[in-house]
Design a protein around this ligand. Sequence first.
Ligand code: NAD
Ligand code: 6OD
Length: 503
Amino acid sequence: MYDTQPIAASSGQSATQPAVRQILNFIDGKYRGTGNWFDKRSPLDNRLIARVAEAGCAEVDAAVQAARAALSGPWGGLTVAQRVEILYAVADGIERRFDDFLEAEVADTGKPVSLARHIDIPRGAANFKVFADVVKNVPGESFEMPTQDGAGAINYAIRRPVGVVGVICPWNLPLLLMTWKVGPALACGNTVVVKPSEETPQTAALLGEVMNAAGVPRGVYNVVHGFGPQSAGEFLTTSPGVNAITFTGETRTGAAIMKAAADGARPVSLEMGGKNAAIVFADCDFDAAVEGTLRSCFANAGQVCLGTERVYVERPLFDRFVAALKEGAERLRPGRPEAEDTGMGPLISQEHRNKVLSYYHKAAELGATVVTGGGVPDMPGELREGAWVQPTIWTGLGDDSPIAREEIFGPCALVMPFDTEAEVIGRANANEYGLATAIWTTNLARAHRVAGAIEVGIAWVNSWFLRDLRTAFGGAKQSGIGREGGVHSLEFYTELRNVCIKL
Ligand code: NAD
Ligand code: 6OD
């Protein structure tokens, strides 16, 4: 079971507090514990909410073996149409248990229910349906060629799954980002071993119940819990039974995984960190630019890889834009996930809060003007123990400061003025990351020019995080290697085999 008996009595919880859950690994279609357990605490108030079974080498090996065996079991024999039907059943299963997924995701992350209800959980289901449709409709390629004897030959390509895919996930959009990999991997006929973030184990575990109910054969979907180095993450990425690794997380973790994948020359798909710029031209639709920039800076408490941490504003608009951002940021009420007026949740953990606050302190030391925020909000009662920080806007620092260069991954942005289009393109590009940008202008020619010149994987014009899952998604420079989405996912999750037939 995903949620076994409460263990409140052994964990010092009072009778009035919700029970502490046990979160188990999911291997070969069954839930399994281990000898090692780690604590999962609520970001809201630091309360113990779950004990999680940490997978050791033995559990990771068992999961990988189950996944290998499943490749040649009933799963491997399904037609595309049969797989598609099962993936639709998985999506329907997530929708049927929408409230369970919502509750689990909110418990792990502390994010507002309104956010998880509109983004995280619906995308969890959509990731199965969209990739089921992609594999159902993907065209093949064929070439006729002449031969000397005049009879000719025909070449055609067939797609085959890569095998067992290791899926390593972060904590910021747990179900969304995990299914963004598992959906296409399964649609292509692979089997998976998922390592969710240690901070957010619940929805990946719960998905096991949905997989079983949807008729996914055992061993196709496996989940191992734990940490990175010398834990489940490293055991999985170094396992020779894993054929390919898809990863979302920090750039330095991606680099470590790439090294691990070098043994056996296994392919990697890496979606990594960012330091994304928004570029606001004086000819923008002011209200839309303010609203979009507030979302891109503060949604999910700034813990979105695509989020904005550098805002370049054309000088004539600068003061007015900063004032509007300040007003919007100050309207964001921190609070309990279920409260209707909650505009922002906590950060994921005390550890992450310490990192974000270290940048708040650094900005002050460097002489930034703190337009708003810069500290910790005054929270009531037990929420005082949570991982809260204030939404923060700075001005007065330049592109060379660590605040402008390094990924903070919190609800904060440095706003800087610019004078010319060429200048802002150069400044936006002068960063080691290249994930996403948002360009705000009503000048169509400028929009195309700037989008073409910014070194990123995703350029939005007059929007942010507007996603069509058929499009290529990924990062340039240190933000990633490879593209997923639509048919691009097939490039990673399948191998093309060319068949040449001499007539
Ligand atoms: P992280 O890199 O710390 O952890 C990600 C996952 O990797 C976790 O499951 C972790 O346990 C595992 N891991 C850590 N070390 C490992 C190792 N040596 N071997 C194998 N696994 C290991 O990232 P995070 O803190 O969970 O997430 C935040 C980061 O993710 C930010 O940098 C953010 O920009 C990035 N991110 C990027 C995208 C994208 O699409 N580009 C999306 C979301 C998040
Ligand atoms: O929308 C997606 O498919 C995606 N991968 C989003 C990533 C968000 C980063 O936090």
